[in-house]
Ligand binder design. Sequence first.
Ligand code: NI
Length: 135
Amino acid sequence: MKVKVSRKAHFNAAHRLFRSDWSDEKNNAVFGLCSNPNFHGHNYDLIVSVYGEIDQETGFVIDLKILKDLINSEIEMAFDHKNLNVEVPEFKNLNPTAENIAVVIFNKLRPHIAMDKDLEVVLYETSRNFVTYSG
Ligand code: NI
């Protein structure tokens, strides 16, 4: 029996979407408010899901305490109350769009999840805008 187990998490972070090789006008036209040169914040909501067989000994797909601690150490400690562009190395040369943040989160968590399990990351940048990445 395969079951999907999910954990919700949250972080606040600042970002700016822009390309340094584009003019201010073009950045503003493409990225709008998210291109504010002085940065701005989002309240990100995160849902991390692990899908796989139930372990017959424990009854778990994954121990949610382990998943909680993993999200805390790998994602919340790295992103919460940070300026993503300035303080998070993965975004030095990568626009911190919701799409790219979801991929970075997936790639940080994937090595810690057993390979016989599937991993899915859902990231809400606002209550209405969210992206999904599962590798
Ligand atoms: Ni934004």
